[in-house]
Design a protein around this ligand. Structure first.
Ligand code: NI
Length: 196
């Protein structure tokens, strides 16, 4: 089984860095597998390199089978996977339509915001985990996931996309929780330091 990696929290500087393009694909399949495992474990729909401390242009995502609410807790997320995605060096080459929706982030656990504006439909050119060039088109929910993850590669978090008054409100309403995360992120960095 692939390794589960520690997820970096809000306050970790790696989340605000611009990620570097991937040029050497030798270890990418391994990293992608670990990122997928980490995402399943955390119950997420997407996870970008910087969120596991890898400032590289890679993200993973998954779509899950919907279940009636009473069954959701009994079936592990991994058993509900419909489709997984691994996108390396992704570039949005076409986008159209506007949509607003709710977003959260594994690096800001428990925090959500409605009204995050995104493009409704996107086309993305990328490379797969072996470096092969690919194109994918997505709309609505999947397009939102892809845009959220690509933002991570630019050091952008979902609340940065909110119109300024809503962003201010998000930061104010979650001030205590965000400060707690920043402290936890610092503690985590200290703990990870000897391994580097
Ligand atoms: Ni995120």
């Amino acid at each position: 089984m692939a390794q589960v990696l520690p997820i970096r929290l809000y306050g970790d500087p790696v989340l605000r860095k611009k990620a570097r393009p991937v040029t050497d694909f030798t270890r990418v399949p391994e990293l992608a597998e670990a990122m997928l495992e980490t995402m399943f474990e955390a119950g997420g729909v997407g996870l970008a390199g910087p969120q596991v401390g890898e400032a590289k242009r890679i993200f993973v995502a998954a779509l899950y089978q919907d279940l009636p609410e009473e069954e959701e807790d009994r079936v592990p997320l991994k058993k509900r996977v419909r489709e997984t995605f691994v996108l390396v060096n992704p570039r949005i080459t076409f986008a159209e339509g506007e949509a607003v929706g709710t977003e959260g982030c594994l690096s800001l656990p428990g925090l959500y915001s409605d009204d995050v504006p995104r493009k409704f439909r996107v086309r993305i050119e990328y490379q797969d985990e072996h470096g092969e060039p690919r194109v994918i088109e997505a709309e609505d929910y999947l397009a939102r996931i892809f845009q959220h993850e690509i933002d991570h590669l630019e050091g952008v978090l979902f609340f940065d996309r909110l119109p300024p008054p809503l962003k201010r409100r998000f930061l104010e309403e979650n001030r205590a929780e965000l400060a707690r995360m920043q402290r936890e992120a610092k503690a985590m960095l200290k703990e990870l330091a000897p391994r580097r």
